[in-house]
Ligand binder design. Structure first.
Ligand SMILES: [Fe+2]
Length: 281
């Protein structure tokens, strides 16, 4: 059994006929001074785990969470698993849950809607944003460099803006033009413009029908958005169990499904990014 689940996966499971038993295991101070927990979750002090663990109903499917999905909930998960309880901890904790909820109400979704993006496009935008935020949360900041969370979120949500006008290789360029007209920040426009074929260098642009420009990534957020787009495609195709699985098995998945890799040069760029975006793999 998997040891973790993402906020989006938890949301889905909570809406199913067999919702898991969610337990808030934040430390006393974090619980009392912090935000409301996940609706329906009971709070149990992690320090008193030995007292309450025995009261968990037999066969229960348990999800524990703390503030950020760090040592507290991981420690509780480990102890429960040793006692034979089917327990997982929430990746990123309550902070990631709240960020995910905010994403569903993000004004950029309304912007996409008013530009003519349909439900399928909106779902894809949300999925790419979720994966991008998940990737960023797992990065080693010292190695990968800082991530601008707003640029990342907006770039991910809006990356396919151009698809309302062009569904081919030009949709990145077209989307950036549209976005410029809407007053979007340059850093977000870069994410939109460069995501197609994962940062095409100058010498390959014309052959792909792009303007003769260098579309190589210059910001980490651009790379993350485009990489998250590929992970989202893999998930949508049912080829992986979750983002961690897709990220870990990217080389074999791209080798087995050439249509996802597009061409050898693009595939090489994805694999290079996978190495640069180590963390969850
Ligand atoms: Fe796209």
């Amino acid at each position: 059994m998997k040891k973790t689940l993402t906020p989006a996966e938890l949301r889905q499971e909570l809406a199913s006929d067999k919702p898991p038993l969610v337990i808030d295991v934040r430390r006393v101070d974090d619980h009392e001074g912090g935000p409301e927990g996940i609706p329906g979750a009971d709070w149990r002090a992690p320090t008193l785990l030995e007292d309450w663990a025995g009261g968990i109903p037999e066969g229960a499917d348990v999800v524990v969470y703390c503030v950020r999905g760090g040592g507290v909930s991981q420690g509780v998960q480990t102890v429960l698993a040793k006692r034979g309880v089917a327990a997982r901890y929430l990746e990123g904790g309550l902070a990631a849950w709240a960020a995910d909820e905010a994403l569903e109400r993000d004004p950029d979704l309304e912007l996409l809607r008013t530009q003519g993006v349909g439900d399928k496009g909106l779902r894809h935008a949300l999925q790419v944003a979720r994966v991008a935020l998940w990737l960023a949360a797992g990065l080693d900041g010292a190695k990968a460099g800082p991530v601008d969370a707003e640029v990342l979120r907006r770039g991910a949500l809006l990356h396919d803006l151009g698809k309302v006008r062009d569904t081919g290789n030009l949709h990145g360029v077209v989307g950036a033009e549209l976005g410029r007209g809407l007053g979007l920040p340059e850093a977000v426009l870069g994410c939109i413009e460069k995501h197609v074929r994962h940062g095409v260098p100058l010498d390959q642009a014309e052959a792909l029908g792009l303007p003769r420009r260098d579309f190589s990534f210059t910001r980490l957020e651009e790379r993350l958005v485009s990489y998250a787009d590929k992970i989202a495609d893999i998930l949508a195709a049912g080829l992986a169990e979750g983002p961690a699985d897709a990220h870990a098995r990217l080389p074999e998945i791209l080798a087995a499904h050439p249509a996802l890799a597009k061409d050898d040069a693009t595939k090489a760029r994805y694999l290079e990014s996978r190495g640069l975006l180590e963390g969850h793999a």
